[in-house]
Structure formats: structure tokens, C-alpha cells
Design a protein around this ligand. Structure first.
Ligand code: ATP
Ligand code: MG
Length: 185
């Protein structure tokens, strides 16, 4: 009973903090403070922060292919976006021993950051709605996992306010790739 109560309390607390973020972003009170940062060290430290959660769930989390580049972004926003995507990848991994890895690629006009997983995958019919508020692929599954369906809508907002875009595609042979871009100046 105490366990269940704790889970409910955690879910409520996550929901409240998600809603606060959304209302701040939408009302324009989420003030971005862009600064030049070294993307490799920023991503490495975000990934390191997520490693305990991953290993708790038996998921192997790594940052593999990080391109050396400086980007002009709000480091808090970058952190929140990447943390959300990694959290999902780890949370929806359906078995122990699967991998989640982060990659970056420098392109002409932007930098692409990818979070790849070997989880259950997201059927294509959900792809164009997945960034909507409260949208969940499998309400039963994510309810059990404490999700509210707000994470990806926050991600989309934040990426947009950083001047980038966001998307997903199927991973080969299994899983999902979530990617987002940040512009280069
Ligand atoms: P919250 O992030 O607000 O705690 P959530 O994780 O349910 O809740 P989103 O992050 O917006 O919400 O994700 C929406 C839905 O997309 C999830 O409920 C889940 O069904 C699906 N999903 C997201 N990422 C993945 C993934 N990497 N693999 C499989 N399914 C995913
Ligand atoms: Mg989520």
C-alpha cells in the first residue's frame, strides 16, 4: 500500500512539474539564455547523469559518436530535451540488457542529436501524433510506468524555441530513433 501511494505521489509530482514547464514555455516566461557550449562535454555530462537510472533498469546507456562542435543554446533546455528522450528510451525498454545510445552529427547548417534504443518501437501510425500533449502509444503500458504523455510535447516546444526541429523513425532492426537539431551559427 505504501509502495502504491509513493508511486501515485511520484506520478502526481511529475505531472505537476511537467505542467509548470509547459505553462512557462507557452506563456513565454521560459526565458532562454543561450550561450556557447561544447556539445560533446554537455552531452557526456547529461548521459552520465542518466546512467544510474539506466543501470537500475538493466539498460546499457552510452554516448558513442560525439562530434566536436560548439553550439549556441540554452544549456537547461538542451538538458531537458535530451533527458526526456533518454528517460523514454530507458523507461520503455522492454527487456534487460538492451542498449540506449546517443550520437551527434555535425552538418552544414545544424547539428543533429540522436537517441537510439532497442525497445519495442513505435508503430508508424503514431508518428504524426506522438508529440501531442497527453498522447500515449499504449495508455496501459505508460500508466503503469508513471507517464503522463507530456514529455514529448515539452521536447517539441523546447527544440522549436532553440530554432531546431525534432522527429523520429524506426531503428533497425528494432527500436526507435528520436532526433532533434540545433542550428549552427
Ligand atoms: P512523461 O514523459 O510526461 O512522463 P510519457 O513518457 O508517457 O510521460 P511522452 O514522453 O510524451 O510521455 O511519450 C509519449 C508516449 O510515446 C509514451 O507514453 C510511450 O507510449 C511512447 N514512447 C515515447 N518514447 C518511446 C520510446 N523510446 N520507445 C517506445 N515508446 C515510446
Ligand atoms: Mg516521457
Amino acid at each position: 500500500f505504501v509502495d502504491a501511494t509513493l508511486r501515485h505521489a511520484e506520478r502526481l509530482s511529475n505531472l505537476v512539474s511537467d505542467l509548470l514547464d509547459i505553462s512557462k514555455i507557452e506563456s513565454g516566461r521560459y526565458e532562454q539564455e543561450a550561450g556557447w557550449i561544447d556539445l560533446t562535454s554537455a552531452v557526456t555530462s547529461i548521459v552520465d547523469d542518466m546512467k544510474p537510472l539506466a543501470s537500475e533498469r538493466g539498460v546499457v546507456l552510452t554516448a558513442d559518436d560525439l562530434a566536436p562542435v560548439d553550439v549556441l543554446v540554452d544549456v537547461k533546455a538542451l538538458d531537458q530535451v535530451l533527458t526526456n528522450l533518454i528517460q523514454n528510451a530507458v523507461k520503455y525498454a522492454h527487456e534487460k540488457g538492451v542498449r540506449v545510445w546517443v550520437r551527434t552529427a555535425v552538418r552544414k547548417k545544424d547539428v543533429k542529436i540522436c537517441v537510439l534504443d532497442e525497445g519495442p518501437g513505435i508503430p508508424k501510425i503514431h508518428h504524426n501524433r506522438i508529440f501531442e500533449r497527453f498522447y500515449r502509444v499504449d495508455a496501459g503500458r505508460s500508466k503503469h510506468m508513471g507517464g503522463t504523455g507530456l514529455g514529448l510535447s515539452i521536447v517539441k516546444h523546447l527544440v522549436g524555441s532553440m530554432g531546431g526541429s525534432v522527429g523520429l523513425h524506426l531503428n533497425e532492426p528494432v527500436g526507435t530513433v528520436f532526433w532533434f537539431t540545433v542550428p549552427r551559427f
